[in-house]
Design a protein around this ligand. Structure first.
Ligand code: DGY
Length: 318
């Protein structure tokens, strides 16, 4: 049987790779390294289906090289890396991986929240130097988490999953966004304007997709509205936050600290940001659990199967 050609821009976890040969002919052995422009063009030219990642830029120029491509399955929930309109013009479906990474990303948001407020990374680094002199009442005092107000900007799946975890910490949740959300039993999530959420949050977490409207949603003015004791968390997309403005705000004490998993110019993280003591910086780990990354791959394969069989992909975007 002539199996459809599948191009994968990056190595995926073993259970996903192992599932491929049953149904597809894999073009090139996938590599952990980003493809070169030439490799990307070749893959897109020869494939019936592509699985790509959030750091592959899929624009109209690249798509002009396609000859038989039916579907681009983005291995991410965010798809700001793909020119969806250009794909649609060529009749190429674009899909993403919603739901399966919600809980992992929400967990990681809380890891950042707790790490930056309780100085977990600093403390670990200190102990490793073997210079910790022992417990002292005034040592490494952080900020209390329990009972503080959690603000969410972008109350979609991940924003809500982050908010649900606040119950265990006795934290009231306020949120900004267009949608009216039904709070879980026993708690009330309060809808507020963006300026109110900025001004009232002790922890502010960003969960909007990156679009033209959300680029630099949080800039100098918004940061100036926040409490000097507040912490900002970003596990969405780097450009949602004006990184230079954030550095200035952190240096000036406009806000207390930040926990970041994403950056404006990934994978570049500026020296200014890396030099700050009041930030925790992670290498885009939001969905990085084995279970989640396997599920994401299987979602991609499921979408591909649907489209190549002539149907509509369950996770087609727009
Ligand atoms: C996504 O799916 O958009 C995440 O950023 C991947 O970790």
């Amino acid at each position: 049987m002539n199996r459809p050609a599948l191009y994968i821009t990056r190595l995926l976890p073993p259970p996903v790779i192992e599932a491929i040969p049953r149904h597809y002919r894999l073009l090139t052995g996938p590599s952990d390294e980003p493809p070169t422009a030439t490799e990307l063009r070749q893959g897109f030219r020869e494939a019936d289906a592509v699985i790509c990642t959030l750091s592959d830029r899929i624009d109209a120029s690249l798509l002009s090289h396609t000859t038989r491509l039916k579907i681009i399955a983005n291995y991410a929930v965010g798809y700001n890396n793909i020119d969806v309109a250009a794909a649609a013009q060529r009749g190429i479906a674009v899909t993403n991986t919603p739901d399966v990474l919600t809980e992992a990303t929400a967990d990681l948001t809380w890891a950042l929240l707790l790490s930056v407020s309780r100085r977990v990374v600093e403390g670990d680094a200190w102990v490793r130097t073997a210079t910790w002199p022992g417990w002292r009442p005034t040592q490494m005092l952080g900020a209390e988490v329990s009972g503080k107000t959690l603000g969410i900007i972008g109350m979609g799946r991940i924003g809500q999953a982050v908010a649900r975890r606040a119950v265990g910490f006795g934290m009231p949740v306020i949120y900004a966004g267009r949608r009216s959300i039904v709070s879980p039993p026993g708690v009330t999530w309060v809808s507020r304007s963006l300026p109110e959420v900025l001004a009232e949050s002790d922890f502010l977490s960003l969960h909007v997709p990156l679009t033209q409207a959300t680029q630099h949603l949080i800039g100098p003015q918004e940061l100036a509205t926040m409490k000097p004791t507040a912490f900002l968390l970003n596990t969405s997309r780097g450009p949602v936050l004006d990184e230079a403005a954030l550095v200035s705000a952190l240096e000036a004490g406009t806000i207390a600290g930040a926990g970041l998993d994403v950056y404006e110019h990934e994978p570049v993280v500026t020296a200014a940001l890396r030099g700050l003591p009041n930030v925790v910086l992670l290498p885009h780990l939001g969905s990085a659990t084995l279970e989640t990354r396997v599920r994401m791959g299987l979602v991609c394969l499921n979408n591909i199967a649907a489209v190549l069989e002539g149907g509509t992909a369950p996770n087609q975007v727009r």
